[in-house]
Design a protein around this ligand. Structure first.
Ligand code: FNR
Length: 341
């Protein structure tokens, strides 16, 4: 289903390291996957589920399943068709692509695929320029802004430092970073990022605001107070703070703190339909996948991404049936155990 080895063979080794790697010793990168490995499903039986229904509503979008595409940078490094190919696959699968601010094609062009798009934003210290980017996403028809809040500075990615991979090859650029004069600006991480930045953004756009990168339940409560519309429990796929808690381990406390007032999404380490089931059972409304989509894009363009998404759909459907649930909302934390020993 996901041909990670095939993607590795095709990619320039420095680009493979960029996509696959994480920060520091990559402990958090590994922990995200291991956290799913520690959970065991305690299925229910004799519940006559009949056909399953995976449809999921989120921020006014109707998705055919509770699996979205996480924002990841530089899709044209993986495949010449870039983000447009990823968006075609999202449209075919009936799910959302979260377009990265570091996308290598303009969001308006990505939108021509007809996919449901959300736009990921690193608020820039230059607020006027941030507004330019927000207006670009709005004009393209994006349905939500995903503000990444786990990146006041860049994580230290040692593979990239070793490889000297610091910039895109010539011919590729972050096309959504054009200013009013058409010049492409560098993405700046804002060390001053705060709740004020979120309040400011709230005053500038009517789009739903999703905070990506929340791990602490106190921040989840603050997010509710600040009127955001959804949260993504995430450690940026282990690429920012190495040593940070695995997303799945952080999920239950965040879900409890939110108390049903907002949808809580999760990304990091989701590789199988059974992982999706576990995250949903522990209270996520939906999950996002990052690297598996890049491996699909690398090996097969739009078709490759489509096959990753359809694989997850088929696995989730089967896992639901085997666990005795007809739809995601029937899952509860009682279906997940962590065996001792
Ligand atoms: C990312 N991620 C990311 N997040 C974000 O908010 N903006 C971005 O531009 C990027 N870019 C990016 C590039 C690459 C190569 C990766 C692997 C990840 C993080 C991403 O949205 C998500 O949090 C993780 O990828 C989820 O973990 P998995 O599914 O890759 O384990």
């Amino acid at each position: 289903m996901v041909d990670e080895a095939g993607a590795r063979r095709r990619l320039d080794p420095a680009h493979w390291d960029f996509f696959a790697g994480g920060a520091g010793d990559e402990r958090t990168l590994g922990a995200n996957v291991e956290a799913f490995g520690r959970r065991r499903i305690v299925p229910r039986v004799l519940r006559g589920t009949g056909e399953r229904d995976l449809r999921t509503g989120l921020l006014g979008c109707e998705l055919t399943m509770p699996v979205l595409i996480a924002p990841t940078a530089f899709h044209r490094l993986a495949h010449p068709d870039g983000e447009v190919a990823t968006a075609r696959a999202a449209a075919a699968a009936g799910t959302v692509l979260v377009v990265s601010m570091a996308a290598t094609q303009p969001v308006g062009e990505i939108a021509t695929t007809g996919a449901l798009l959300w736009f990921q934003l690193y608020p820039q210290p230059d607020r006027e320029f941030t507004t330019t980017v927000v207006r670009r996403a709005e004009a393209a028809g994006c349905r939500a802004l995903v503000v990444t809040v786990d990146s006041p500075v860049f994580g230290r990615r040692e593979r990239d430092l070793r490889n000297g991979f610091l910039d895109l090859p010539s011919g590729l650029a972050c096309e959504n970073m054009r200013d009013a004069d058409g010049r492409i600006r560098d993405i700046v991480m804002d060390e001053g990022l705060s709740w004020d930045s979120i309040a400011w953004l709230r005053s500038r756009t009517h789009l739903p605001i999703v905070l990506k990168g929340v791990l602490h339940p106190a921040d989840a409560r603050l997010a509710v107070e600040h009127g955001v519309d959804a949260l993504i429990v995430s450690n940026h796929g282990g690429r920012q703070l190495d040593g940070a808690i695995a997303s799945l381990d952080a999920l239950p406390a965040v879900v409890e703190a939110v108390g049903g007032r907002l949808p809580v999404l999760l990304d990091g380490g989701v590789r199988r339909g059974t992982d999706v089931l576990v995250a949903l059972a522990l209270g996520a409304t939906a999950v996002l996948v990052g690297r598996p989509v890049i491996w699909g894009l690398t090996t097969g363009g739009a078709d490759g991404v489509r096959s990753v998404l359809e694989g997850l759909r088929t696995e989730l459907d089967r896992a639901l049936a085997l666990a005795g649930a007809a739809r995601p909302t029937e899952l509860g934390a009682d279906l997940v155990a962590v065996p001792r020993g």
